[in-house]
Write a protein that binds this ligand. Structure first.
Ligand SMILES: Nc1ncnc2c1ncn2[C@@H]1O[C@H](COP(=O)(O)OP(=O)(O)OP(=O)(O)O)[C@@H](O)[C@H]1O
Length: 681
């Protein structure tokens, strides 16, 4: 099937059937023609097929363009997705492998169109998933895979030969035999994928050690009353042993942050903490939060180490001309899509925020930039900028006080992330204060101004609704506990020391390179690479973190979320973007049910469409507006042959300026009359 796809699209520039490979082929052509970076950005609900698109696009590009020295191959791309699937996806009701991180996978090309290297960068990992999962959803798949597939020698070494009675992180072996077999097969595939990418046996063992350490921490748990300490010492002992540290060291890293600070204070000779230092010392945490923080921190570090190992396999020092970036993010989440009663979580809000930000990028590129070009060209287009834009929804989440308030209220409104960021530092503040502030800035006020609201307070306690997807797909959120989520978790911060000071060499070796990364942008993984293109991308991420609030707020959880999103957007913004809108054809048509459309007897795929569901997605993504503008838009947006045919003229009478993407007829810009005549296309 793959070689068939390559044959259909390879070498073509236009008249390609609609397919993800034709998008990849267009991006490749644009890269060669304009020597400009390209980006492929799939958008859509969770389970709509974004990751599948990304994998297909990358496989196609690598298969068609080939790499100069086989450093990047289709097998390696597949291996990378197998690893990312294990470490970065979870089972939800939307999708059997729902992505819980954002990634930018870049393929670098030389001037002859051959691939020189590849580079993976990841951000916005849902690290708290390691310790907490909404009902009916799983932890990261790698845990169940490892527990099902690990051989006896490793099991004994990692103290996994007997399972704990309970695990506070919800990690445990699969209960059903069939699931266990599936997980075991997946683990064998994971090991094979690691081998394909040159990850050594020692490195693999170090990875299993960290995963086992997290498992044991979950089994150890924490006392809910009294002194902060582990509930079950023997399991905590196991955790310390597999991580290569003393029990006391682990206890200090998990629970005794203040003790550590006092020691540092005494050794540095300062008597009292300054106000800033006191603030950075962080809030008081419960024992449970401490253990959960350590597990989340360990997993984030492990994920970053795995990304580094992947990059090691793809890196090269060949000169490159430009890159194609393939961007995969978690999809849009709304528990209502699956007829769930529950409200959405803070983590789902973060994923929806990323989705709305990318949708904003689509709005800006498709409508704003395009209409701006017409103005520059003095071309009249019978098309008004769509009134509704995703920017309004984004501002509910991340608006800071310097931005213009919607509706022009006297008090400067702030988005949810910044409200949380402020309230977390105020003693005695609570989730309800956050909700009241948020509603006072953005909620509908009375029936008269109904159109202006982007948010609604719900009847249920601490719940509110954000009108996502231009109001077409509102999501109800439960704000309970969000103040705690916005708190800096000192245990998570200590996790890197535990790993870097491990007595186990392989473990230490795996994590020491991370000590060279700037602390400030540690939440982004894949900051390594020596090629010019990789350095540019790394520089872009660092600049995002250092040139904004990051320097001051580097320890703010909410600022970190915003900055990771900014880093992702800044990486992509410099390129020509090819958006791919993935649609869920009907409710329940996601991977969780594992029922992709079945071929019927005639061989054709039987596809039942749920029109209301599709309509919500089409209008929420402004696809019809985009199509309308495309139909009446500039001739340069369609391929040359269509334009020649339409103008009924000879190609030689036309001058084309591909670098500016403008088609000019005998030196004259196209006027609206001509644009209208093209609208039949
Ligand atoms: N074109 C398609 N036709 C049928 N099934 C598909 C198609 N694309 C993807 N799928 C299936 O749909 C399921 C979800 O796909 P995928 O994981 O790519 O979605 P996603 O949009 O990345 O989801 P999430 O945002 O939750 O990560 C998978 O089981 C996949 O095999």
């Amino acid at each position: 099937l793959f070689s068939l796809e390559v044959c259909v699209f390879k070498g073509k520039r236009d008249n390609m059937p609609p397919h993800i490979c034709s998008v990849a082929q267009s991006a490749y052509w644009s890269l060669l023609m304009h020597r400009q970076d390209q980006a492929i950005v799939p958008l859509g609900r969770s389970g709509a097929g974004k990751t599948t698109c990304c994998q297909s696009a990358l496989e196609y590009l690598v298969g068609a363009a080939r790499s100069v020295d086989n450093r990047v191959s289709v097998e390696k791309i597949q291996a990378m997705f197998t690893i990312l699937k294990a470490f970065g996806t979870v089972t939800t009701c939307y999708n059997g492998a729902s992505t819980r991180f954002s990634m930018v996978m870049s393929l670098d090309f030389n001037a002859t169109g051959r691939i020189t290297a590849a580079h993976l960068q990841t951000m916005l990992l849902e690290r708290v998933r390691v310790a907490q999962q909404p009902e009916g959803e799983s932890n990261f798949s790698v845990f169940s895979q490892m527990l099902a597939g690990l051989d006896m020698a490793h099991r004994t070494m990692l103290h996994l030969h007997q399972t704990a009675e309970s695990n506070s992180f919800g990690i445990g072996p699969c209960s059903k035999t069939e699931e266990k077999q599936k997980a075991s097969v997946a683990f064998a595939q994971l090991q094979a994928a690691m081998e394909t990418l040159g990850i050594t046996v020692d490195e693999q063992t170090a990875i299993w050690r960290v995963l086992a350490g997290i498992y044991h921490l979950g089994a150890a748990g924490a006392c809910k009353v009294g002194r902060k300490q582990f509930m079950k010492f023997e399991w905590a002992n196991n955790a310390a042993d597999v991580l290569g540290c003393d029990f006391e060291e682990l206890t200090t890293a998990v629970f005794k942050h203040h003790l550590k600070q006092i020691i540092e204070q005494v050794t540095s000779g300062t008597s009292r903490l300054s106000k800033d230092e006191e603030r950075n010392a962080g809030p008081k945490m419960t024992g449970v939060e401490c253990v959960e923080g350590m597990a989340a921190g360990l997993y984030e570090e492990l994920f970053a180490a795995v990304v580094s190992l992947i990059n090691r396999s793809f890196s090269s020092s060949h000169l490159s001309m430009a890159s194609i970036m393939v961007v995969d993010t978690p999809g849009f989440h709304n528990p209502r899509h699956q007829k769930k009663e529950r409200a959405a979580t803070f983590e789902e809000l973060c994923h929806n925020y990323v989705h709305e930000q990318l949708q904003t990028l689509f709005y800006k590129r498709t409508f704003m930039s395009e209409l701006e070009r017409y103005r520059e060209e003095n071309v009249e287009v019978p098309f008004d900028l769509p009134e509704l834009s995703p920017m309004a929804t984004v501002s509910v989440i991340d608006q800071n006080s310097s931005q213009v308030p919607p509706g022009g209220q006297a008090e400067e409104p702030k988005g949810l992330l910044w409200i949380l960021d402020e309230e977390v530092l105020i003693p005695g503040s609570s989730d309800s204060v956050v909700l009241n502030r948020l509603c006072s800035y953005f909620a509908k006020k009375g029936t008269e101004s109904e159109e202006e609201g982007f948010l609604r307070k719900c009847e249920q306690m601490l719940q509110f609704e954000i009108f996502h997807q231009l109001g077409k797909d509102p999501v109800r959120y439960d704000l309970t506990g969000w103040m705690n989520k916005a708190k800096l978790n000192l245990s998570a911060q200590n996790s890197i020391q535990v790993l870097q000071q491990s007595k186990i060499d392989a473990l230490k070796k795996l994590f020491l390179p991370r000590s060279k990364m700037p602390l400030i942008c540690r939440s982004v993984a894949g900051l390594e690479g020596n090629s010019q293109q990789a350095l540019q991308r790394t520089g872009c991420v660092r600049k995002t973190f250092t040139s904004s609030l990051a320097a001051v707020k580097k320890k703010s959880v909410c600022a970190q979320i915003k900055l990771q999103m900014d880093a992702l957007a800044n990486l992509v913004k410099r390129s020509q973007i090819h958006f791919v809108h993935c649609l869920v054809p009907r409710v329940g048509a996601d991977g969780a049910e594992g029922k992709p459309s079945q071929p019927c007897i005639t061989g054709e795929v039987e596809l039942t469409l749920d029109v209301p569901t599709l309509r919500v997605q089409l209008s929420g993504a402004q696809l019809l507006d985009a199509l309308r503008l495309y139909r009446i838009g500039m001739a340069s947006l369609r391929c040359a042959t269509v334009f020649y045919a339409c103008k009924n003229c000879h190609p030689e009478g036309l001058q084309t300026f591909p670098t500016q993407r403008k088609a000019v007829y005998q030196g004259e810009p196209l006027k609206s009359r001509e644009l209208c005549s093209l609208s039949q296309f």
